[in-house]
Design a protein around this ligand. Structure first.
Ligand code: ANZ
Ligand code: ZN
Ligand code: ZN
Length: 824
């Protein structure tokens, strides 16, 4: 018998074309259907095209968007490009191709690749962050932030290459040197103070923290967000410097250990150091500071690293008891946290202890045990630990002492309660060309003047030389025509700001623009956005902190502006695993050692097999370990479904008895139940397993009941086409059409569950009393323990053995047995 072979190379491009022509995935944002919006994290377009990680991430959200569309939702799977950023600029500097040009070439390639993957994106609403249509509104956000006191300028230390005379980003530093040249004698990068623009995200720290728990997000991401915000409740305490006018304020979360503060430590950046340091210690301190400023914060924080520091020669007075304690400088104290100064308590703090031992500094234990006990331990049980060496507070518990010592410090004016956050304000400016220009004019008379809404967009001028200008400013400083302007305030000559915005700003609000991508008059129409927000499902394998916090911050800001009802942009967020090599090693883009999705499609396995394999390989949170046999395996499964459908289409009419029909339909109904439940629970691997199991069962049934044209077989195969559609959309569509449908399986078609066919889920349960069989019960296989035991006790025969007796123990083996142990 001649049979049409399963050939993805034929059917996939065919359906992609039809879907595009019929606008199948174009969402009607004003539809009266219930809405569903799902997408994966914003894609940064690069010349390399999509890789297997993209295939993973975007298929996950595509499956959900498809599933909901099949269930009758108005489903939206938007698409766009995070196209500003450093890689395109670096490429421009090295290859001399402008970022505008490279994006114009790269993005259309992505269109083809996305379609080849079978992702059901709405191309009508595509956005590109480097287009003025989009970045006008990124600039608008800056203006609004400024108007609301949430944007400001401040100086910060930045990496600096003395050879190129330019600021460097962290990722542009290779082995401590600038990425742009590879000379043996190249200088190490240095730090330089540069003016930067900030968004005041810290203003929302508490709100963001408090709203975190309620989110339906992967738990590890919620924890990462909380740690990033890093709320600490403690105190600020002032220490007077001996023989000086200076005061050093420290931030401590353990002010109850203050009697054990035997020295102070200042961050190397601290400005008071210079005036404090005694003559004889000047050189030592200066050399140390210079060295410390070269290290990154990460290098400085690294646990286990040998602590170093130098003595300033100066002393401070402990306000609680007047003790004179030495002031040190050490790089384990960070400038950007708290006050950049600490009181060191080597009796209870590990780092201080290590430092004190190394430099022979005094250690005073403030616990009754009189030995090192870490403050973390004390904090676990503050009522169990007693204070010692603490004058009048001796013998109090730490719980009491914590309050009483604070009261004492407040009374004498030396201290006050203080809450600190690890989170810092968001540095949004970059001394770079390829980004949205910050809408500011710098006037020699008026200073920085922020433009008004009607002066937007500030268009990024086209350049031919993208290298930074050499004076610390971006290449924009060389675009003289663009640069020179008049001050909106005084009409005098002025210059435009040459900093551009960090790409994180672009990606912090794109989800809103998806809903009104071409609006010329407003950032978006609130009525549409309120209907569609929050995003029902969002996923990615990166950006657990920065991006997601920035997006939440912007959501809250829009909410305060009255643009948005719901401050949280993402209702559900899944942090999915990555695709790795079989041994768990990362696939690297630069090494090019990952499987190429487009190659796999071209080899003839097809996008459907790739998608099915990726979703089947492991639970989504774990990520897939690439298995060479995986895609061929998925291809075989799809072929089996294909083949049985072809056989059915060529078979003769048959008639099935009532029982035979029931047997057949119970297979697909059970599969429907399981697949539905598993997709809802993001368990795609078991959903696919249930589909595979159902196909196997259909093959078995083919030999047990008459196989051929009839409603039951047709219905079963239709159900299978619908159930695999989210994973293997082309195959499903083709089979659906072959089964006689002229509409698309992807819209409003999901198998209806018929309880009648789930009933052979009945199992026989043996009921024992004290180990002797007393009854056999017919019960649903998924009955809970409570239900099973209740039915057992209800059986009239069993009753005669248990009535009037105490039941000591109830044993339940699901699907098999209930044993009631009664007292005689
Ligand atoms: C004395 C002390 C004793 C401390 C003790 C802790 C335990 P979190 O909880 O992370 O907020 N600290 C303060 N500012 C610092 C800085 N700029 N760089 C490095 N360390 C700093 O940590 C707060 C504690 O970290 C503070 O409380 C301070 O040390 C230290 F048994 O003060 B503590
Ligand atoms: Zn350089
Ligand atoms: Zn002016």
């Amino acid at each position: 018998m001649w049979m049409k072979r399963y050939n993805p190379k034929d059917i996939e491009p065919k359906w992609q074309k039809i879907w595009q022509e019929t606008n199948l995935y174009t969402t009607d944002l004003e539809s009266s259907k219930p809405k569903y919006i799902a997408f994966g994290m914003f894609n940064y377009p690069s010349g390399a095209g999509i890789h297997v990680g993209h295939a993973m991430n975007f298929t996950i959200s595509d499956v959900l968007a498809r599933y909901k569309r099949q269930q009758g939702y108005e489903s939206f799977n938007p698409v766009g490009w995070d196209s500003f950023g450093l890689p395109a600029e670096n490429y421009a500097i090295k290859a001399g191709v402008s970022p505008q040009e490279s994006m114009a070439k790269i993005i259309p390639d992505y269109h083809k690749q996305y379609q080849a993957m079978g992702w059901g994106n709405d191309w009508e609403k595509e956005i590109t962050t480097s287009e003025p249509e989009y970045y006008k509104w990124t600039q608008w956000i800056f203006v609004k932030m400024y108007e609301h006191g949430l944007a400001y300028q401040d100086s910060r230390w930045q990496w600096w290459c003395t050879k190129c005379q330019t600021v460097l980003a962290n990722e542009q530093i290779v082995d401590g040197k600038c990425w742009r040249h590879e000379g043996k004698d190249d200088p190490l990068v240095e730090k330089k103070e540069v003016k930067q623009w900030f968004f005041k995200i810290t203003e929302y720290a508490d709100e963001l923290l408090e709203a975190t728990d309620a989110l339906n997000w992967t738990e590890s991401v919620k924890l990462a967000q909380k740690n990033w915000i890093g709320k600490s409740i403690g105190a600020e305490v002032d220490f007077k410097v001996k023989d000086s006018e200076e005061t050093i304020t420290v931030f401590t979360t353990a002010h109850d250990t203050i009697f054990g503060a035997t020295f102070l430590v200042l961050a190397p950046e601290s400005e008071v150091i210079e005036s404090l340091t005694t003559k004889e210690n000047q050189k030592l301190v200066r050399d140390y500071r210079e060295l410390a400023l070269r290290k990154t914060e990460l290098q400085r924080q690294q646990a286990g690293k040998d602590k170093t520091g130098v003595f300033t020669g100066a002393y401070a007075i402990n306000p609680i008891n007047g003790a004179e304690i030495p002031i040190w400088v050490a790089d384990y104290v960070l400038a950007g946290y708290g006050t950049g100064a600490i009181m060191a308590v080597p009796g209870e703090d590990e780092r201080d202890n290590e430092f004190a031992k190394k430099y022979n500094l005094d250690i005073i234990y403030t616990t009754e045990q009189q030995e090192f006990i870490s403050y973390a331990e004390i904090k676990k049980a503050p009522k169990k630990h007693l204070l010692a060496n603490s004058d009048s507070f001796d013998g109090q518990t730490f719980a009491e002492g914590r309050q009483n010592i604070l009261d004492e410090l407040v009374k004498t004016g030396a201290g006050r309660e203080k809450i600190n956050y690890k989170m810092r304000d968001w540095s949004i400016s970059r001394q770079r060309y390829w980004g949205a220009p910050i809408p500011v004019v710098n006037c020699p008379k008026c200073g920085p003047v922020v433009l008004s809404e009607d002066q937007l967009p500030v268009i990024l001028p086209e350049l031919t030389d993208f290298a930074p200008s050499g004076d610390g400013r971006s290449a924009l400083a060389r675009a003289k025509d663009w640069l020179t302007t008049t001050c909106p305030k005084c009409d005098g000559p002025a210059e435009r700001e040459t900093d551009t915005m960090d790409t994180y700003v672009d990606s912090a609000w794109y989800m809103f623009r998806y809903l009104d991508p071409h609006n010329q008059h407003k950032i978006f129409d609130s009525s549409i956005v309120n209907k569609w927000m929050p995003v029902d499902f969002y996923n990615g394998a990166d950006h657990a902190t920065a991006h997601l916090l920035y997006a939440r911050f912007i959501g809250r800001f829009f909410n305060k502006l009255g643009l948005l009802d719901q401050p949280e942009p993402f209702k559900q967020m899944l942090y999915n695993g990555k695709v790795t090599a079989k041994d768990g090693a990362a696939f690297s883009k630069t090494l090019g050692n990952g499987p190429d999705p487009l190659d796999i499609i071209a080899q003839g396995y097809g996008a459907d097999a790739l998608r099915t394999y990726l979703m089947f390989a492991a639970p989504l949170e774990l990520g897939a370990r690439w298995d060479q046999q995986g895609v061929p395996g998925a291809h075989r499964f799809l072929s089996r479904l294909w083949n049985i459908t072809q056989e059915f289409l060529e078979a003769k009419d048959v008639e099935l008895t009532h029982d035979q029909t029931k047997k057949l339909l119970s297979v697909t109904n059970k599969a429907t139940k399981k697949v539905t439940k598993d997709i809802e629970g993001d368990r795609f691997n078991t959903a696919i397993a249930a589909n595979m199991d159902a196909v196997n069962k259909l093959y078995l049934l083919k030999n047990q009941v008459p196989f051929g044209k009839c409603d039951a077989w047709k219905g079963s195969l239709e159900s299978m086409a619908m159930l695999i559609a989210p994973f293997a959309p082309h195959t499903a569509e083709e089979l659906w059409q072959q089964l006689g449908h002229s509409d698309s399986v992807h819209k409003d078609h999901w198998p209806r569950l018929d309880d009648k066919y789930l009933q052979d889920d009945i199992v026989t349960l043996v009921v024992q009393v004290n180990g002797k069989v007393r009854a056999q019960l017919q019960i649903r296989s998924d009955a809970t323990e409570d239900e099973a035991i209740a039915s057992a006790k209800d059986d009239s025969h069993v009753k005669t053995f248990i009535d009037g007796k105490t039941i000591k123990r109830e044993i339940f083996v699901p699907g098999k047995l209930v044993n009631l142990v009664v007292a005689d």
